[in-house]
Design a protein around this ligand. Structure first.
Ligand SMILES: [Zn+2]
Length: 682
């Protein structure tokens, strides 16, 4: 294909189509030509079930407001510059260099492609296109990409990176419509089909087989080549059956500190695998697949759930203790899984969860300028230091540093996808040519519904505020439905359409409005946020309001470390963070009247929305210091049930004065206490 230009390719494809009964929409339709082109309804061809909701082409949704600032921070930080100085991307074998030639460059592309296209960042787009061109133009005649060994039997190469690279290229094809890239994906997938006979899936590929279904389905919907579904089934057959795994292996038990690293308990594999059954369901609509996604997440919550929406996993499943960490790769992968789960099954629970991870776990684990990140974040994270006395399950002493590649460089290359894919999945298309709002954040959607160009502008400071304004503007009068997700946690939610009456809407549902839309129609949504006190590990209490978790604001001292290590020149250095104010507070909270115990105030959202000083909301609670709660081996000491006194109303664990303490959104903190002992003030 290297010798064919795009037009020749289209001609070739069209010739193939003439002979088949089903018309090939892809080469001329919207999904081949990217966001700028006219969109048509696309249905999956025979053999593949349609998802409940279809993501819009990349670029149809643009970030606005605080979300636009957040993406700009990301592009101006490590994400937009990693290839300029980090050999594992810049000198990758994927781009003709001699550094790493496996997952790292594809990982980076997987996040910066949507980042660059959503921001319409010309310079980043141009660099990415050069890298993609290199990969595609160096594809071998047998379909394998450059880094794949000539003799894959003698020199093994874990297929995971090939599946990932094809997922990346499919995304690039979605953004640009570059038909050469679709052709490269098809050729590569054909090579994979043959390769699976020679070297069946093992290692990472065996645990991540379903990622291959993303490009397989992308290619199948555009080429209708039946062998692609054979490949999907082959990948599933050779890969791990997670339903069986969760039934047989005791995944409930947290990995011991400094315990055994296991494939089956790997938190990133686990986060990725939560979508396996959704992809599998599209193949043959097995009832068990639909049920398993929910069952798997419930299981993980029961045994490993953390208040930030994630599972304990540093980096093997680590239980509910707020001192155990969660790897950043798992955060961004769980978000991507939830985007798939909502798309395929349409259950708003998955979108509620997506917001919880996106607004809490994701931003918390980056420095506010997004030049540095952690490998592991902790829910109770009193300080972040190089710590040989650490208590991670299988990670090393640098895992909670803010740095370039603390512990290991996977997160450095994989972290890019979190925000951009979230933006790309805020709205999706419904089967009846309407739109569904999956997650709420300021953005603008431009698409075609029933052949009419339509824009929807979302103006809001959600999740820091409870109201959202939508302006729906079709180019000409048109009838189509909107489905608006009403979060499960709200009480008394309302919608007002134009100057009509305020109408109550039901939490935990997709509220449908179908009407003839003319001109510009403003809709106002209100999702009242009541404070909640939730009981966590060892009876500790956490404060939540709406989709946000709140954590203690702690004064910080940042100290540069590892200056002698390669590539740590500023602004991409490594930092320890230590507390400069007390962190060992218990809270005085009345669970039945949390709003009386904790006072919430709105603040302007800062230029850096997820920073301590930029927090768009703060809370004041009453608490007492607990002098016996101290740093132990560099971490906040373990909370034992004896430290939490609320269940024993006659007892106070602290004779310290009662103070006002400031809580800020978890995502705005760098160090924090989130799960507090309950104290009863005297
Ligand atoms: Zn990682």
């Amino acid at each position: 294909m290297n010798t064919l230009d795009r037009r020749e390719f289209l001609t070739t494809v069209a010739a193939g189509v003439a002979a088949s009964a089903a018309p090939l929409r892809a080469a001329t339709g919207p999904w081949a030509t990217g966001a700028g082109a006219a969109e048509q309804r696309v249905s999956a061809p025979a053999g593949l079930a349609d998802p409940q909701f279809r993501p819009l082409p990349l670029g149809a949704i643009r970030p606005r407001g605080w979300l636009q600032r957040q993406l700009r921070i990301q592009a101006d930080g490590l994400s937009g510059h990693l290839d300029e100085f980090w050999p594992d991307v810049g000198q990758s074998q994927w781009f003709g260099g001699s550094a790493e030639g496996w997952e790292r460059a594809p990982y980076w592309l997987d996040g910066v492609i949507p980042l660059a296209w959503l921001l319409d960042d010309q310079s980043l787009k141009a660099r990415i296109s050069r890298y993609i061109d290199f990969i595609v133009s160096h594809q071998r005649a047998d379909g394998w990409y450059g880094p794949y060994p000539e003799d894959a039997v003698a020199k093994r190469y874990d297929m995971w990176a090939i599946l990932l690279a094809n997922k990346v290229l499919a995304q690039y094809h979605d953004a640009t419509g570059d038909a050469r890239v679709l052709d490269a994906v098809v050729k590569s997938l054909r090579a994979v089909l043959g390769g699976l006979d020679r070297t069946p899936l093992y290692g990472w590929g065996r645990f991540r087989w379903y990622e291959g279904l993303v490009p397989v389905f992308h290619a199948y919907e555009r080429t209708r080549e039946p062998w692609l579904l054979d490949l999907a089934r082959r990948l599933r057959a050779q890969g791990v059956d997670f339903d069986a795994l969760f039934a047989t292996e005791d995944l409930a038990i947290p990995t011991a500190r400094r315990g055994l690293w296991k494939w089956t308990k790997h938190v990133v594999n686990t986060a990725m695998a939560t979508k396996a059954s959704a992809l599998s369901w599209r193949l043959d609509q097995r009832t068990a697949d639909r049920a398993f996604a929910t069952k798997m997440i419930e299981f993980l919550d029961r045994h490993h759930g953390q208040v930030n929406g994630m599972f304990g996993g540093d980096e093997c499943l680590a239980g509910k203790n707020p001192l155990q960490g969660t790897e950043l790769c798992a955060v961004v992968e769980f978000m991507y899984s939830l985007e798939h789960l909502f798309s395929v099954f349409g259950d708003p629970v998955f979108a509620d969860r997506l917001e919880r991870v996106a607004f809490n776990a994701l931003p918390a684990t980056f420095a506010p300028d997004m030049w540095s990140h952690q490998y592991d974040q902790q829910v109770n994270q009193a300080q972040c230091t190089i710590n040989p006395e650490h208590g991670w399950t299988t990670n090393g002493p640098e895992s909670n540093l803010y740095g370039l590649e603390p512990n290991y460089g996977c997160c450095t290359s994989n972290m890019q996808q979190g925000w951009p894919k979230f933006v790309a999945h805020l709205w999706m298309k419904t089967a009846d040519e309407g739109l569904v709002a999956a997650a709420w954040a300021p953005c603008r959607v431009e698409t075609r519904l029933r052949d009419v160009p339509v824009s929807v502008s979302v103006d809001t400071d959600y999740p820091f505020r409870d109201s959202i304004s939508l302006v729906v503007a079709p180019a000409r009068a048109a009838r189509f439905p909107l489905q608006l997700r009403v979060p499960g946690w709200t009480e008394g939610a309302t919608v007002r359409v134009g100057s009509g009456p305020e109408q109550s809407i039901k939490p935990g549902t997709l509220h449908r409005i179908e009407r003839e839309w003319t001109g510009s129609t403003e809709l106002t949504l209100r999702f009242p946020m009541r404070a909640r006190a939730t009981t966590r590990y060892n009876e500790a209490v956490a404060i939540e309001r709406g989709p946000l978790v709140y954590a203690l604001q702690i004064g910080e001292e940042w100290t540069r470390v590892n200056e002698d290590k390669p590539h740590r020149e500023l602004p991409h250095g490594d930092f320890e963070v230590r507390p400069t104010t007390p962190w060992n507070y218990g809270l005085i909270v009345d669970d039945r009247r949390v709003d009386d115990s904790v006072r919430f105030e709105e603040r302007p959202i800062g230029d850096r929305p997820f920073s301590p000083e930029g927090a768009g909301a703060i809370a004041t609670a009453r608490g007492q210091q607990i002098p016996s709660w101290k740093l132990v081996r560099g971490w906040a000491g373990e909370l034992s049930p004896a430290d939490v006194a609320w269940s024993d109303p006659g007892r106070s664990v602290s004779d310290q004065p009662i103070e006002d303490v400031t809580l800020i959104p978890y995502g705005c903190t760098n160090i924090r206490i989130t799960e507090f002992p309950r104290v009863r003030g005297k």
